[in-house]
Design a protein around this ligand. Structure first.
Ligand code: HEC
Length: 198
């Protein structure tokens, strides 16, 4: 079997090669957004729009108070959720996934212990299927949110807005900073032992 990560290794070279005078461009590679661009230009923008409207209308029981919502708010959430679903599906279909462009830093890169684009590239190469599935989960979540907002179903919108960051985090913990997942597990595992030894 051809190792999958070989593709990741040659990707930056393919991009540089595209600048040569020979008429052999890499249209797919050039046109495709990087993972980072998906996050910063699309997914995060839609999420912020949803959170901005949702958080302003969330009451002390952590559900949406319909009295604090107007037509603009409902449409704002449904439209941002529709865009999120489309972009999450495009992210799931992205192949190959290129984390960032040469010379472009990802969030936290360079700070002590922070993952590098190569680390992330490695995590995706190891299990692209789960990455696709998690992007699909975000798309389905966004579908549900768009439906609920169109139906003016405040209870469901409130729940799905509250649960959305967990959907983001489930992929970030798997593919961005999985070493923190181990840490979370360690803490969970250590807690009962510490309690029992007292
Ligand atoms: C299918 C996986 C996946 C899902 C789902 C996902 N992300 Fe990400 N995201 C990543 C990975 C991997 C990185 C690390 C690479 C990077 O920084 O671009 C990242 C990085 C980011 C960054 C930092 C971008 C930068 O400048 O480096 C932001 C902001 C972000 N995600 C927001 C979100 C939000 C908000 C959601 C949910 C609405 C979300 N992501 C859902 C995989 C995902």
């Amino acid at each position: 079997m051809v190792p999958k990560n070989f593709r990741w290794l040659i990707m930056p070279l393919a991009l540089i090669g595209g600048c040569s005078s020979e008429k052999a461009p890499e249209p797919a590679a050039k046109a495709a957004l990087t993972l980072q661009e998906f996050m910063t230009q699309k997914i995060d923008v839609h999420a912020d729009a949803i959170w901005a409207i949702g958080n302003a209308a969330i009451d002390d029981t952590a559900s949406i108070d319909p009295a604090k919502m107007d037509e603009k708010g409902w449409t704002g959430i449904s439209q941002a959720a529709e865009r999120m679903a489309v972009d999450a599906r495009a992210l799931a279909a992205l192949d190959p996934v290129v984390v960032t462009r040469p010379g472009v830093k990802i969030a936290d890169e360079g700070t002590a212990g922070a993952p590098s684009p190569a680390d992330i590239q490695g995590h995706i190469a190891r299990d692209h299927d789960t990455f696709r599935a998690l992007a699909g989960t975000l798309a389905t979540h966004a579908d549900g949110l768009a439906d609920a907002a169109r139906a003016r179903d405040a209870a469901t919108v409130g729940r799905l807005v509250n649960e959305m960051d967990g959907v983001c985090e489930s992929c970030h913990l798997e593919y961005w900073y999985p070493e923190q997942k181990a840490l979370v597990k360690q803490i969970e595992a250590a807690a009962p032992v510490a309690a029992a030894s007292r």
